[in-house]
Each structure stands twice: as C-alpha cells, then as structure tokens.
Ligand binder design. Structure first.
Ligand code: TRP
Length: 336
C-alpha cells in the first residue's frame, strides 16, 4: 500500500537479546510492522563508535540479533530488515547532514554528555572520544532521514536523538528552501519495564537476564535465582505477593488473570512455596517461548538463508535510501 506511513528503528549488535528486549522492543515492532512501512536495522556502524577495537564478536553479534528478531516475529516479508553497513546511502546522507549541523547541537546531546562523563570517570582522556562517536547523533539522524521516516519507535532514552533529527531535518528544509524532509517523531509505546532477576533493570552486563535463546533448563535455573518476598523464609511462612520483588511481576506478564490470582492466594496462605511457584513460572515462560525458540533454532542452522535475508533487506533499503538521497542532493543543488 502506497499511503502507509514509514517507521524505522534499529539496535546495536550487542549479541543475544533478552526478554527485556522481547517485551520492550521486539513485540512492539512485530505489531507495528502490520500497520506501517517498516525498516529495522542492525546498527553495526554505531557499534564501531565505541567498540572499534573489539570486533572479534561483531559477526556473531549481528547474527544473534538477527536470529532473535526473526524468531520474535519480525518478518522479512512485512518489514525491511537490513544491516547499516550494507546501505552506503546512509553514509552519504550523513556527509551532507554533517555539513549543516552546528557543532554545538551535537555537543548538547545528552547521551554524548553521559559517555564523555563515563570516559572521564574511567580516567580516559576525553580525546579518546573519537570523531565517529562525536558524530554519532548525526549518523543516527542520517539513519532516520534515509527513508524520510514519519515515526521512530524508540525508548524514552532515545527521544533526545529523534528530536535532534527533527531539528536537522527542519534546518535542511530552511537552508535549501524546501519541504523535502519530513520531521520525524518518536513513537513511544507504553511498555512496562521488565525487571532483571535481581530486581534491577534487566541487562546483559548485570548478569540478571533471561535470554530469548536460553534453553528450558537454563531458564528454569535462572528463574530459581529470582528474588521473591524477602520476608518469606520458610515454605510455611505466609507470603505477600506485593512484597515479592521480581517473580510475582513475571507472573503478571506470563500468565492469565486466573492463574495469577491462584498463585497469589497460594502465596498468601502458604500452600505454594517459592520454589514451587518458580518452578511453575518457569513452565509458563518456557511454554510461551517454545515456538520462538524453535523458530530461532531453525534459522540458526541455515546461515545461507540468514545471509539472504539480510542482503535482500539491505538491497531494498538501499533502493529506498537512494531515492531519498537523490532528492536531498537535488535540493542542495549539487552538480548532476
Ligand atoms: N541509538 C540507538 C541505540 O543505541 C540505535 C539507533 C541507531 C537507532 N540509529 C537509530 C534507533 C535510528 C532508532 C533509529 O539503541
């Protein structure tokens, strides 16, 4: 359909994704792809902005992200799934956008400020902030504008970046007296945050996550370590689900209302102990992820299919990005 609005979003190739990614991002994308012309990309250039000297795992990380996307229902028949470094038009657009972006707009970027602070705290010299990392917000703008995107589904932490892309789009239009670029808007979806097993934010580096690709055994073992009601020490102590720090929250994600109230009662009257509760929860989680994991395993053993998917998607993305780039080049009045 011609008149569908476009969305685009991306992720750095960090490796195997966890349930926080699934519920926070992928499930949402899978729904959005039904309604929008969708572009989803693996941001391998962005990975190089900070990990330029740690590339040993880059290929595997890209592959694992792609596998998790496909398994979670991001569908190459419905969405354009591509690899950033296979769409050179974005780099070309980045050059043009970098010319018109005032340096202090980039310096204002909150993520960059955070990064600069981290680097300082690590006693690293600020000059270790590379030219590429410094330009990261402009590259992200180029990602977004490459498809003349209407909406960008992102988490709250990325909204400032999308706003910068609006500012740059508007500046382009003003400078070249055109209305060529759409000013993209963030698309925020209300998604409850999935806690890690220790009650903190779920994250790979915190060692508190459950991976989409974890086996049933590992999943059960991890859930066993999840925090419950800290006051409930023995099985026949009566528990209080509203003090249960993690496991009860998970129940609400994975089970029906009836099942949740059954567990709730069992906890309160001590007929279900924490160990039993976690065992049952693990079953629910494994049940929900069984088809996803099955799908993942199928793709995992088919490298040539994976390559085909990402190359086909990148070709499609290049075609669209090329059209958009041509229009920008014309608006700038380059000799052609
Ligand atoms: N900056 C995003 C992140 O770190 C990834 C990203 C790069 C992105 N370019 C994008 C997201 C364009 C949305 C649109 O998670």
């Amino acid at each position: 359909m011609k008149d569908k609005k476009r969305i685009m979003s991306g992720m750095r190739p960090t490796g195997k994704l966890h349930l926080g990614h699934y519920f926070g991002v992928l499930k949402n994308w899978a729904e959005l792809q039904e309604k929008y012309e969708s572009y989803f990309f693996i941001a391998d250039w962005h990975a190089l902005t900070t990990k330029y000297n740690q590339t040993e795992d880059l290929k595997d990380n890209v592959k694992n992200v792609l596998l998790d996307w496909l398994a979670s229902g991001i569908d190459p028949e419905k969405s354009t799934i591509y690899l950033q470094s296979l769409v050179p038009q974005t780099a070309m657009l980045h050059i043009y956008l970098s010319m018109i972006t005032p340096q202090n707009w980039v310096e204002r970027d909150p993520t960059l400020k955070d990064l600069a602070k981290i680097m300082k705290d690590k006693q690293e010299n600020m000059s270790n902030l590379s030219y590429g990392l410094f330009g990261y917000p402009v590259l992200m703008t180029a990602d977004i504008l490459s498809f003349n995107t209407h909406f960008v589904p992102v988490g709250i932490d990325q909204v400032a970046h999308v706003e910068l892309s609006r500012d740059i789009a508007r500046r382009f239009n003003n400078i070249y007296k055109t209305d060529y670029f759409i000013e993209p808007q963030p698309l925020l979806t209300k998604i409850p945050l999935m806690k890690g097993l220790d009650g903190n934010k779920m994250g790979k580096s915190f060692n508190n996550d459950i991976k989409i690709s974890d086996s049933e055994e590992i999943t059960a073992k991890k859930i066993k370590s999840g925090i419950t009601d800290r006051n409930r020490i023995r099985k026949d102590d009566k528990g209080n689900p509203s003090n249960c720090e993690v496991i009860f929250d998970y129940w609400k994600i994975f089970a029906s209302e009836d099942e949740v109230s059954e567990i709730c009662e069992g906890c309160k009257n001590a007929s279900i102990g924490c160990a039993e509760c976690k065992k049952r929860l693990a079953q629910k989680v494994n049940e929900m992820f069984a088809p996803i994991r099955e799908k993942r395993a199928k793709y995992e053993n088919n490298d040539s299919l994976l390559k085909e998917i990402i190359y086909d998607g990148s070709k499609k993305a290049s075609k669209k990005a090329s059209e958009v780039l041509d229009g920008a080049v014309q608006a700038i009045k380059m000799y052609r």
